[in-house]
Design a protein around this ligand. Sequence first.
Ligand code: ADP
Ligand code: ZN
Ligand code: ZN
Length: 753
Amino acid sequence: MPHYADIVLPLAQPAYTFALPEGMTVKEGQAVVVQFGARKFYTGIVFGLHDRRPASPKIKSVVRVLYEGTVLLPASQRTLWEWIASYYMCTVGEVMRAALPALMKPSADSEQALSEEEFRPRTEVYLQLAPELRDEAHFHEACERLERRAPKQYAALLEIATAEGDAHLSTGEIARRLLGADYGVLRTLERKGLIRSAEHPRTQERADTRFRLPSLSEPQLRALATLRNAFAAGRTAALLHGITGSGKTEIYIHLIAGTLARGEDALLLVPEIALTAQLIGRLERIFGSRVTAYHSKLTPRCRTEVCLRLARSSGGELVVGARSALFLPLGRLGLIVVDEEHDASYKQSDPAPRYNARDCAVVLAHRLGCRTLLGSATPSLESWLNARSGKYAYAFLGERYGAARPPEILLSDTLRAARRGERHSHFNRLLLDRIGATLARGGQVMLFQNRRGFSPYVACGACGWTPRCPECNVTLTYHKAGARLVCHYCGHTEALPPECPVCHGAAPVPMGFGTEKIEEEIARLFPEAHVARLDRDSVTSERAYRGILADFAEHRTDILVGTQMIAKGLDFDGVELVGVLNADNLLHNPDFRASERAFQLLVQVAGRAGRRAEPGAVVIQTAEPGHPLLQQVVAGDYEAMALGQLAERESFFYPPYARLIALTLRHRDAVLLRDGALRLAARLRARFGRRLLGPMAPPVDRIRGEYLVGLLLKIESGASTARARELLREELAAFAADSATKSITVVVNVDPQ
Ligand code: ADP
Ligand code: ZN
Ligand code: ZN
């Protein structure tokens, strides 16, 4: 056994070398307990084993091994962690913090305390026949005795005996069934010495091996064949571009089935939790108990159990999860599917590691020689360009499945409607007429209100005063429930003041409009309709979320009002009309991706309508019906949008023609921060020339009492980003070492979204 181990700790630190005590055997990827600092004990992961004695004289020893016998981190994950740390400019320890569930990496002030924190899997009681009853004569004798006098005991005994012979039904399964039925019977059998019970960690049943796959339409078969051929030819990345409702999921299902049949693992990533509920039900009907869900709404205990179970699995797993599922220890990964690959939530923006799970999936697949499939109705321009240039394989699905047709999209001019007196509060006559007609036919309606641009705020009717957050440079958002004012950046909350503090006039009144306001108005306009709302405030838990969706799916609600949360991937039969209340704030956004995002969002929202035989309609309210982007949405012309946007990106030198690295500097002292930012900018400019932009004020330039300043590096594609990161690392190290600037926090965000 080697004498030293390089161990990664969940800290913003490099790996440290520890000694291995005589007789201790560990493998790379195992978890261990080590002491670090004066008296802190941490869980660490073994990244390397060797015999090179480090220079430091005081080298500590590994205390003990955790999860004995289990390699928590397969080699593929160690490679991924190291790549993320290097590419996204953070430490491997920071990757560890994000990658492992909290309960899995206890830390404490003493070894004792750490042991108490250590994760212990839940156990369950399993039942077995007593060994004597394995003898057939004895068994029959026991049966005869019970058969008449205790028919329940007899039935239980038979059931337990049968389960032992059946490879598909474990005793645990039987126990679970019977314990629910009658504890007393089992206790009596045990007292009589006919059965034994033992406590074991819970095991997962994995009986399903035959999958009931959907049969595919002609176009779906062609797309599937294209993808299969590309993968068979050794391609590791492919883009499936299929319009909403074309059945991309069905294609994923076929590829996943092939992967599982080979004994390999499949990972299906979806943006946030939004989609998982519907999708998991659909997948469970096909893959049964093979499906494992993994996302942030699971309990910490559940996340840890999943992680440990997968680390011990021998393959054939299907995990459906949000971006952090990328870090699960799947040892035989064969396929990663990234659904809605254009979605910005694949990028973690805070804290480090600021990784993009989609890009990591592509890199991981490339390194492992496995496959990534990116799927979207509106691919990101990055992925679309990669497909066009031949870097990714490409398959296109241009029609909806079955009888469903793409919805009719109408633009409704808000200014014109107002001039003609055809506008009632936030609704044009056209939208109201359509809603009325849809409800009269028994159809359902979705109303989309982009929250970001139009947070409801309050203002004094007399002097215009608006309450702002004391710690952040933003206006406070008005929440009608409880009449509270909330800061969406730091969570600061205050009550609505009873009078204006400036002019001492009446209480400030709500301005702008959010989903809550829309819900209220639509309920007033259509009093007989059942209205519900889906947004971050109404979704307090996964249960609440499922409840709102189930009510809509089963048509207990007629109108669903929501934010971005209703745009993504939801599949409801009865939606005949989708209304977009205001498209303008999507168009006028200072971000270089604004047009791309507006197109994606509008097409996604529109895609919720008419997913079955009934044709659907979409009404988009806007002050600029002539806007080219809206015209592209109406025509459903992705290619026109993509070519137009790519031309702009190329001329202004933005992704995918350049790589961006955004720096944000933070400090409580505005003057010190400005001087520091100027100094850093000057040094970076000396290295990078005109590739450096800034310093500049970000849209919100004060958060939680700290001032913010931004710098932006644009590295042209073709140039080495590895070299750029190296130069940047050197400059940041010098900046952090300089006594004048070291108190400034610098956040590095590679490929910001
Ligand atoms: P997308 O993800 O491309 O928007 P979905 O995969 O959600 O589309 O498919 C849209 C609808 O059509 C779903 O309700 C799905 O069950 C149905 N569908 C698609 N393909 C098939 C098929 N081959 N067999 C049966 N139903 C299908
Ligand atoms: Zn006032
Ligand atoms: Zn705030």
